[in-house]
Write a protein of this length. Structure first.
Length: 352
């Protein structure tokens, strides 16, 4: 009896000590396998992009992430390419990028970057920005679809040189880029930004905070590679029929709500010009805000309200009136018919 009890105790002790060790060994083995898959999958993804003309430069990777994931931390990352789809290509830089494969989701590579980064699209100047987090997901299979992944960012701070000094802040931002059909120029895109704080260096007619901005559209046209300098490239793109087509614009700014579509290009002085149709909600409150900001006069606001009042439709459920209006942008002035509404900041192009 005593000998049997001692045997049971010995087996129980072995199980108590051995089971955690077996679990630990299994986790280490699984992590090693995930680490190998991460390196192999990332190498396959890099090779596929290299065949498409993309290049990725980075410092010496460091492995880690145990016990829940396998990670590679890449310092001094520079990703460039896309000349076939966008004249001038795309360049993105980050001081550090972490690649992660979770042990429970080994077929997805998650790319995370934080801190100071830079993005350049085509011949446009690089945009420097800070982000609390930047994330994207990439399939870890050889020959995976080459479409750029969706990019999600939080706590973004970015300068907007075209509208003057100051920094805009965006709480959440998501961007998707869609390559064009074979042989076509430009690219498609969707963008959603939430909780935007505009630069405090200017007085904004509808207040400094934009609740949300949605854009869905495409950049059409090619920029001849022979053009030298940003101004020349922009002019060549315009002369070749270059255009930004916005199929949907959604804006919630203070009491103003806008749903619109637009077509934009550049005029002879390389300033934006185009036309749009917009459905506007609570236009009266927006006009009052523009009067208070001294962007339009009170008499002009009254005249616009009278015209819109003839066109407006009252919602069936009550609430502020809605109106659909044609808008034009010409000579940096946004107009409704012949009525000027606002003057947009000058788009400043570098000489070189």
């Amino acid at each position: 009896m005593g000998r049997g009890l001692r045997r049971v105790r010995r087996i129980a002790l072995i199980l108590l000590v051995g089971a955690p060790l077996l679990l630990l060994a299994g986790d280490v083995l699984l992590w090693r396998l995930a680490e190998q898959r991460l390196q192999q999958g990332f190498a396959a993804w890099q090779q596929a992009r290299r065949e498409e003309g993309w290049t990725l430069r980075n410092g010496l990777p460091a492995a880690g992430g145990w016990p829940g994931a396998a990670t590679l931390t890449l310092p001094d990352v520079v990703l460039t390419g896309g000349e076939a789809d966008l004249p001038g290509g795309i360049s993105w830089q980050a001081g550090q990028v972490t690649l992660t494969v979770a042990l429970l989701h080994p077929r997805v590579l998650r790319v995370q970057a934080a801190g100071r980064q830079a993005l350049r699209l085509g011949a446009l100047p690089a945009v420097q920005y800070m982000a609390g987090s930047t994330q994207a997901a990439v399939p870890l299979q050889p020959g995976a679809a080459a479409a750029p992944p969706a990019i999600e960012m939080q706590a973004v701070q970015v300068g907007v040189p075209a509208v003057g000094p100051g920094t805009a802040r965006v709480a959440r931002l998501r961007a998707d880029f869609i390559p064009p059909a074979s042989g076509a120029g430009g690219f498609g895109f969707t963008l959603r930004a939430e909780a935007i704080a505009l630069p405090a260096t200017q007085r904004w007619p509808l207040g400094p905070n934009v609740d949300s901005l949605d854009l869905t559209g495409s950049l059409q046209g090619r920029v001849p590679q022979t053009a030298s300098g940003l101004r020349a490239r922009a002019a060549a793109w315009r002369d070749d029929g270059g255009m930004v087509v916005l199929r949907r614009i959604g804006l919630v700014w203070g009491k103003l709500e806008v749903s619109a579509s637009a077509r934009l290009t550049l005029d002879a002085t390389l300033q934006p010009m185009g036309a749009a149709r917009a459905r506007v909600t609570d236009y009266a409150a927006a006009l009052d805000a523009m009067v208070a900001a001294h962007r339009i006069g009170a008499h002009m606001a009254t005249a616009i309200k009278a015209v819109l009042g003839l066109m407006a439709a009252a919602p069936s459920g009550g609430g502020p009136g809605e109106v659909e209006v044609p808008l034009t942008l010409q000579d940096r002035v946004v107009s409704m018919g012949r009525i000027p509404l606002a003057r947009v900041p000058e788009l400043v192009w570098p000489q070189s």
